[in-house]
Design a protein. Structure first.
Length: 99
């Protein structure tokens, strides 16, 4: 569902409504991402596989690049993804250790 562009907003009410709409989409995508992370756990056979340090490093570099392409602060995007992925790694690690 597309809303108004920033240029089409007529005031703060429009802007806030569009931010809320965007945030709802972002949260839905985070839920989708979490599903893939959960599914990936079934294929991991070691704690190193859960942590996947090289994949993590490359993923952060790629997210930085994508952020720069969008005109965003790459440090902010890296921090966001570092926190997000660390959260999922901790959950995966607990699940892995219970197996």
């Amino acid at each position: 569902m597309t809303g108004k562009s920033p240029q089409e907003c007529l005031g703060m009410e429009d802007i806030r409504a569009e931010i809320d709409r965007s945030d709802r989409q972002i949260i839905a995508l985070l839920g989708e991402r979490a599903g893939y992370v959960h599914a990936a756990a079934a294929f991991k056979t070691s704690e190193d596989g859960v942590r996947a340090p090289e994949r993590f490093r490359i993923m952060l570099q790629t997210r930085r690049y994508w952020a720069e392409q969008e005109g965003l602060d790459a440090d902010m995007v890296e921090d966001l993804y570092r926190n997000l992925v660390e959260h999922f790694i901790q959950k995966e690690m607990k699940a892995f250790q219970k197996r």
